[in-house]
Structure formats: structure tokens, C-alpha cells
Design a protein around this ligand. Structure first.
Ligand SMILES: NC(=O)c1ccc[n+]([C@@H]2O[C@H](COP(=O)([O-])OP(=O)(O)OC[C@H]3O[C@@H](n4cnc5c(N)ncnc54)[C@H](O)[C@@H]3O)[C@@H](O)[C@H]2O)c1
Length: 270
């Protein structure tokens, strides 16, 4: 897929572009960005990498092999209306929108190969956890090309479209939960007399090390947790406080609320 056109290029699309440019996955002269706002940030992407800014010039869509829908769900109908007349029948569409079903995209842009992907913002450093689902028009060659593109911004797994609501709640939103966890723990550490710099450095390395242990050790999270938790020791006291505060229920509620919002977004903007 030579020519890629982004329709909408906010924080998520920019993370993908940074990832692709760092890995030299696609040629910058073949990446076009149609976007309605934030032209300064996009100008810096153009200056840094040479990707093409086309603002709202829709003619470029006529040359697209791959169109990436990356506006907010509330803007999807406007966005599709603005390109539908220019989109060649052969163009493949990749949507990264939370909640919006492929049915809605087929209605707006016609029955054609469509992929729906949920990446996350760690794409900008090649560390996205992406999941992708396909419509029934997608051929294996096109799937392979999209998977290849997604692999250069992190890991990718193929899933059924129905699973994407929960996946959006888990790994699409996931970085925000981790950042919130760091914010909250850092604040607590500062209140207990540690400098925020020391707390942040230790927390970030602890998260990175624990993630690597989960990846490399082949142990379950519960086993790894037990290895840290000495009977009668400090971790036990901390874990008991989390359990008594209903931490697992809080996380379940977080996941359910986010997944419910994804389903609502899909229905709200059809
Ligand atoms: N931010 C994330 O962490 C994340 C992760 C995964 C998926 N997503 C999905 O990615 C999409 C974009 O999210 P974001 O956080 O990057 O949003 P954003 O608001 O930062 O960017 C959206 C951009 O789309 C532009 N836009 C709106 N309508 C347009 C149109 N018709 N033509 C051209 N440009 C248009 C806006 O000007 C804006 O710059 C959303 O649908 C979201 O669900 C976001």
C-alpha cells in the first residue's frame, strides 16, 4: 500500500506517524495528512519527517491505497461525507475510531475492504499493543500488509470485531490508567516524604521491570506477586490494604464503564 491518507491526525495518528517514520516503515512522501486543527504540530511533523500536509484538500484521496480514519467518533460522519466522492473503489480503509462499527463505515464509504484497529499512544515509541478486526471484503494480502504496518508500531493481534469494545477499554485506554497509577503513587510517596523525582524514577523502572518479568518469565501474574510477598512482610500489608479497599472491583468497574462507553459511541454516531 503505497499512498496512505490520514483523515484526522490528532494525538493517536501522530503517534502512529512518529512510529512509522522512526522505523522507516513508509516513505514520508507517500503519507498525506488531512486535518482540521492543530496545524502547528502537523507542520512540525512535516518539517521533521517530510510527510505531506494537505489540510482539507480532498483531491489527494483519489490517489489513496489506504485511508486511515483517525478523527473522533463524533466527527466520523462528517469525515466520511467529505471523502466518499473521492475514494477510489480499490482503496482500503483502516479505522482507529473507538466504538464505531465497520457497518457504519461500510454505510458511509461503501462495501470495500475495511479494518478496524485499536492501537494505543505507545505507538510513537514502537510499543503499541494493537488489536485488529477485518470485514469480509478484506483479502489475505491486504491483511498481511496492514499487520506489517501495525507491527512496526508494536505488537498486533487479530480479533473479532465484537471484542474491540473491551479491548478499547483495556489496551486502548490502558496507558492512561498506568499514568494515573503513577500520578497517584507519586503523590502518596511525596506525602510520605520522598521527592517526586525519586518516586517517579523508582516507579517507572518498577513498572518497566514488572512488565518485562511478565513477558520473559512465563510465570502467571499471581505467581510473580507471591514471589514478592513475604508472609507477614511489607507487601502483604500493602496488598491487604488494596484488597480491603476493593481494588479488583474498582478495576473491573473501570473496564466495564470504558467498554460500555465504547458501545455507546458506536451507537451514537451511526
Ligand atoms: N488518543 C488515544 O489514545 C487513542 C487510542 C486509540 C484510538 N483512538 C481513536 O483515535 C481517534 C482520534 O483520537 P485522538 O485522541 O487522536 O483525537 P484528536 O482530537 O487528538 O484528533 C482528531 C483530529 O481529527 C481532526 N478532524 C476532525 N474531523 C475531521 C475531518 N472531517 N477531516 C479531517 N480532520 C478532522 C481534528 O481536527 C483533530 O485534529 C478517535 O476516534 C479515538 O477513539 C485514540
Amino acid at each position: 500500500m503505497k499512498t496512505i491518507v490520514f483523515v484526522g491526525a490528532g494525538s493517536m495518528a501522530q503517534a502512529m506517524i512518529h512510529g512509522w517514520m522512526k522505523e522507516a516503515t513508509v516513505s514520508p512522501e507517500n503519507v498525506y495528512i488531512m486535518n482540521k486543527s492543530d496545524q502547528e504540530k502537523l507542520a512540525s511533523l512535516n518539517e521533521t519527517y517530510g510527510v505531506q500536509l494537505v489540510c482539507e484538500n480532498r483531491e489527494i484521496v483519489k490517489t489513496a491505497d489506504l485511508v486511515i480514519l483517525a478523527m473522533k467518533p463524533k466527527d466520523v460522519q462528517d469525515g466520511m461525507n467529505s471523502i466518499a466522492a473521492y475514494l477510489p473503489p480499490t482503496a482500503v480503509v483502516l479505522s482507529i475510531l473507538a466504538g464505531v462499527p465497520m457497518d457504519t463505515i461500510e454505510q458511509g464509504l461503501g462495501k470495500r475492504p475495511i479494518a478496524r484497529c485499536m492501537p494505543n499512544t505507545s505507538a510513537s515509541i514502537g510499543m503499541s499493543a494493537s488489536a485488529v478486526a477485518w470485514n469480509d471484503k478484506m483479502e489475505s494480502k491486504e491483511k498481511a500488509e496492514i499487520i506489517q504496518l501495525l507491527k512496526t508500531i508494536g505488537s498486533v493481534i487479530e480479533v473479532e470485531e465484537d471484542e474491540l469494545h473491551v479491548i478499547t477499554a483495556l489496551s486502548g485506554s490502558g496507558p492512561a490508567y498506568v499514568y494515573y497509577f503513577v500520578e497517584a503513587f507519586e503523590k502518596a510517596a511525596v506525602a510520605s516524604g520522598i521527592s517526586s523525582q525519586v518516586a517517579r524514577e523508582l516507579l517507572v523502572q518498577t513498572i518497566a521491570g514488572s512488565a518485562e518479568m511478565l513477558k520473559q518469565s512465563n510465570e502467571t501474574p499471581a505467581t510473580l506477586r507471591k514471589q514478592v510477598t513475604s508472609p507477614g512482610g511489607t507487601t502483604e500489608a500493602g496488598i491487604e490494604a488494596l484488597q480491603e479497599s476493593g481494588f479488583a472491583d474498582i478495576l473491573a468497574r473501570c473496564l466495564n464503564e470504558a467498554a460500555t462507553r465504547s458501545r455507546e459511541l458506536g451507537k451514537r454516531y451511526i
